[in-house]
Write a protein that binds this ligand. Structure first.
Ligand SMILES: Cc1cc2nc3c(=O)[nH]c(=O)nc-3n(C[C@H](O)[C@H](O)[C@H](O)COP(=O)(O)OP(=O)(O)OC[C@H]3O[C@@H](n4cnc5c(N)ncnc54)[C@H](O)[C@@H]3O)c2cc1C
Length: 391
């Protein structure tokens, strides 16, 4: 039994690193400990489906080891949290170590969904962590044909990166277009066009019914009976919050750890941040965001709230991006699939669209239009009438 006290951050990704950094920036001088189930230093995930997969880099570390030494941040790696006793403020790790916390910040991210009916064959991958990206890259080196199941952001990026490695790709999506549930059908169709132009066989409105092979995957059968040869399958059908280890904690969990608008969870001295956290929106509903820039925004709110300091009063405009081929797709604001979409520019590859809800500009989505996307920030923040941007 060991006790340490101070702030414990469970999770070894972006949210853990940013929170630890913010604690020191906010002049918290007590002990800070990061507990991660991974052996790596906290690292960045966006390159995993892009530069790492395309073998352009292996360096995704967010901060070098010296940063943690210099800032007196203890890293407990390769020993994840198994449970938490919120009444007694105790954390138990996978190896049975018990730790006492003054404040606990949960930053455990997501677990990729798998398809339980798929057999256990070589060549079937998911992509959430560094080791999975390297494993996929190694097999992609000798693969001829990949089937990517799911055309969300990660599926689309993987399809693009595999094309870059010279692999034939079939992208299978049960919805009518890629990204349809996030950005709606109009933008989804433009994204499908982009992939088709790069030689991806995009098949929408159809799912996968079966995967076959002996030792390794050889065949994928679609719902419509089509049989596809494949020596690589990547399942990109989304993820769920990594909260299984909290099953007996008594914490309120509903599509993530339910928090107030400062990241405070339902038990005293427990907080949550990043992909695993469902924060209360200023309009009163709960929102769980799975995007990179949200993490730093939340750290800037959570840490001062935890330390009893003033929290920022400005609300940042949500932002995320996705790199597919040479096109950076950027989303600013809160575009939703059922908004009215105004495509104002389209040159056959690049595009710009404003999203209208209740007469105001709710968001902007651009493909290869960085300046124009960012220019809409103040209008979105102000809830400007849609006519202001369509002008
Ligand atoms: C392949 C990929 C590409 C992406 N590309 C983009 C992009 O282009 N643009 C964008 O905006 N966003 C992108 N994202 C999303 C972005 O990376 C995430 O929003 C961000 O990583 C969230 O950080 P996090 O710390 O909350 O979660 P994570 O980065 O997932 O970190 C969670 C950490 O907690 C660890 N953990 C889990 N359970 C336990 C436990 N019980 N005990 C201890 N540790 C535990 C995990 O192993 C992991 O290290 C991408 C994500 C992925 C996976």
């Amino acid at each position: 039994m060991s006790t340490r006290g101070g702030v414990f951050i469970v999770g070894g990704g972006l949210a853990a690193a940013r929170t630890a950094e913010q604690l020191r920036r906010s002049e918290y001088t007590g002990p800070v400990t990061i507990v991660s189930d991974e052996d790596h230093l906290p690292y960045d995930r966006p390159p995993l489906s892009k530069e790492v997969l395309r073998a352009e880099t292996d360096d995704v570390t967010l901060k070098p080891a010296e940063f943690y030494d210099e800032n007196n941040i203890t890293l407990l790696l390769g020993n994840g949290a198994r449970s938490v006793d919120t009444a007694n403020q105790k954390l138990t790790l996978a190896d049975g170590t018990e730790l006492s916390y003054d404040e606990l910040i949960i930053a455990t991210g997501l677990v990729p969904k798998r398809i339980p009916s798929f057999p256990d064959l070589k060549g079937i991958h998911v992509l959430r962590n560094f080791d999975e990206s390297i494993a996929l890259r190694q097999e992609a080196g000798s693969a001829r044909r990949a089937v990517v199941v799911g055309a969300g952001f990660i599926g689309c990026e993987v399809a693009a990166s595999l094309r870059g490695l010279g692999v034939d790709v079939v992208l299978v999506e049960p919805q009518p277009s890629p990204l349809a549930s996030v950005l709606g059908g109009q933008i989804g169709d433009l994204v499908a066009r982009l992939h088709r132009a790069e030689g991806v066989d995009v098949r929408c409105g159809v799912g996968v019914s079966e995967v076959g092979g002996t030792d390794r995957v050889q065949k994928v059968t679609l719902d419509d009976g089509t049989e596809l040869d494949a020596d690589l399958v990547v399942v990109g059908i989304g993820s769920h919050p990594a909260t299984e280890w909290l099953a007996d904690s008594g914490l309120e969990i509903d599509n993530g750890i339910v928090c107030d608008d400062h990241g405070r969870a339902s038990a005293p001295h427990v907080w949550a941040i990043g992909d695993v956290a469902s924060w209360r929106h200023t309009l009163g509903h709960q929102v769980r965001v799975e995007h990179w820039s949200n993490v730093a925004d939340q750290a800037r709110v959570l840490v001062p709230a935890m330390l009893g300091q003033d929290t920022p009063s400005t609300v940042s405009v949500p932002y995320f991006w996705s790199d597919q081929y040479d096109v950076k797709i950027q989303c600013l604001g809160e575009p939703e699939a059922d908004d009215v979409v105004h495509v104002v520019e389209d040159d056959g590859r690049k595009f710009l669209a404003y999203y209208e809800r209740d007469g105001v500009v709710a968001g902007v989505v651009g493909g290869g239009m960085p300046g124009k996307v960012m220019k809409a920030r103040s209008k979105i923040a102000a809830g400007a009438p849609i006519a202001d941007v369509l002008g």
